[in-house]
Design a protein around this ligand. Structure first.
Ligand SMILES: *Cc1c(COP(=O)(O)O)cnc(C)c1O
Length: 421
């Protein structure tokens, strides 16, 4: 459920008509709902109630500081994958004790930065990284708390580009080698083992792969404890999927996910950490765009928008579907007609949807891409020298621009000419 609903025929974000925001901010823009973010975070809190737990929002899905501050104020931890993300979490006021550092390629500088400023744990992805982390920590007179990310060899049955838990994926250490690497970790001076980490992929629409992975993690936890390690924390990653179409998708609910976690891991007496991104941020955001042209092609019509693949790359990159709806509610009487919905970028890949049934729209009309909160703004670029589009946050009847649209001068003046020119 989200808080983008029609009222009196106009799509609102909470109590604000999106047409009002479009009139002052201009299109395209992203708009997020505080109530939806809050609701999704609380669903996880409730799902894990009764277990010692921390919900670490995966910043990579939506990283604006206003969003991080909103979630941080609710008690969220943060899952970061770079020093930049670490600094964003810090700037949003989240203490190091609630920040976990994930990622397959952490640099020495990133490790040192996190160790110096405070870290809950590093999720280490290889024996090689473990040795480097021990060196960096020792050189700072510190000890790095770690989990080892294990690769359970489970197929998440999701899109190829976002499956991470099969043995051919680059992530984690094979679960079959985990005990040897934990034994090495225990001998390294700059390392303190605190738990085990797993993350098998994103946009999972079935609990079975999670359960298969968590069952392996439970067995591993028992084996590691028998080997003498202190395993007090299990980081279960993120990955719970969301419905991208209104009609036919019913991914599992956080309650079912939480109940399964309790069933599979409840008797281990561990603290549970999860790292949801998409489920918190995905349906908490829309992208609003204007229709520029309706172009008649041969055998197909094109709806050309002022938003493009550089603003929202998911359709081009993953073949992802986003529902696209008019800001002025369509009249039930008018039959939808199929159109290809495209942006102005000079690539045929700049196509949001093909033969999508849409109500009649005219130049100047506004549309919203639903479920655009996660992996939307964060993956945007200035390709074609199109300015990054603004982000707006709504709370009840208020809204604020939380990232303004840059001017062309700001963009162009970042380039520096060498002396010889
Ligand atoms: C991407 C990622 C997440 C978040 O995944 P979602 O599908 O957005 O929930 C969590 N943990 C790690 C390690 C990730 O790489």
């Amino acid at each position: 459920m989200d808080h983008f609903l029609y009222r009196n025929g106009v799509l609102h974000a909470e109590d604000v008509p999106l047409t009002d925001i479009a009139a002052t901010v201009g299109t395209p823009f992203y708009c997020y709902s505080t109530a939806t973010l809050t609701r999704h975070f609380r669903l996880f809190q409730e799902a894990l109630a009764g277990m010692d737990h921390l919900i670490c929002f995966a910043i990579k899905s939506l990283s604006n500081q206003a969003i991080l501050r909103t979630l941080g104020n609710l008690g969220a931890g943060m899952d970061v994958v770079s020093e930049g993300e670490y600094r964003r979490a810090q700037a949003a006021g989240v203490p190091g004790a609630r920040i976990v550092f994930s990622g397959v390629g952490k640099t020495r500088a990133e490790m040192a930065y996190a160790l110096t400023h405070g870290i809950r744990q590093f999720n280490v992805e290889s024996a090689e990284e473990l040795r480097v982390l021990s060196e960096v920590a020792s050189s700072l007179g510190a000890v790095a708390p770690i989990t080892l990310r294990v690769n359970p060899d489970v197929d998440a049955k999701t899109h190829e580009k976002i499956a991470t838990g099969r043995k051919e994926d680059k992530f984690g250490v094979p679960i079959t080698h985990a005990r040897e690497i934990y034994a090495e970790a225990a001998r390294l001076p700059g390392i303190e083992v605190v738990g085990v980490d797993v993350h098998i992929g994103s946009q999972l629409t079935d609990l079975a792969p999670f359960e298969a992975a968590f069952t392996k993690i439970a067995d591993l936890t028992r084996a590691l404890r028998a080997d003498g390690h202190t395993i007090r924390r299990l980081d279960l990653g993120g990955g719970l999927g969301i419905p991208y179409t209104r009609s036919n998708e019913t991914p599992p609910l956080p309650t079912d996910y939480g109940a399964m976690i309790k069933r599979v891991l409840g008797d281990l007496d561990v603290e549970i950490e999860i790292e949801p991104g998409r489920l918190i941020s995905g349906n908490a955001g829309v992208l609003v765009a204007s229709v520029l042209y309706l172009k008649q092609g041969e055998g197909r019509d094109f709806l050309i928008l002022d938003a493009a693949m550089n603003d929202l790359i998911r359709p081009a990159m993953y073949g992802a579907h986003h529902d696209i709806i008019p800001l002025q509610e369509a009249q039930a009487a008018a039959a939808p007609q199929p159109v290809d919905i495209v942006g102005p970028v000079c690539e045929s890949g700049d196509t949001f949807a093909k033969a999508r049934p849409m109500p009649a729209l005219a130049p100047g009309d506004l549309v919203a891409f639903r479920s655009a909160g996660a992996y939307g703004a964060v993956m945007s670029s200035e390709y074609n020298t199109r300015p990054l589009i603004p982000e707006v946050l709504v709370k009840d009847d208020q809204y604020a621009v939380i990232r303004p649209r840059p001017s062309f001068d700001e963009i162009i003046n970042r380039d520096k000419l060498p002396e010889w020119l």
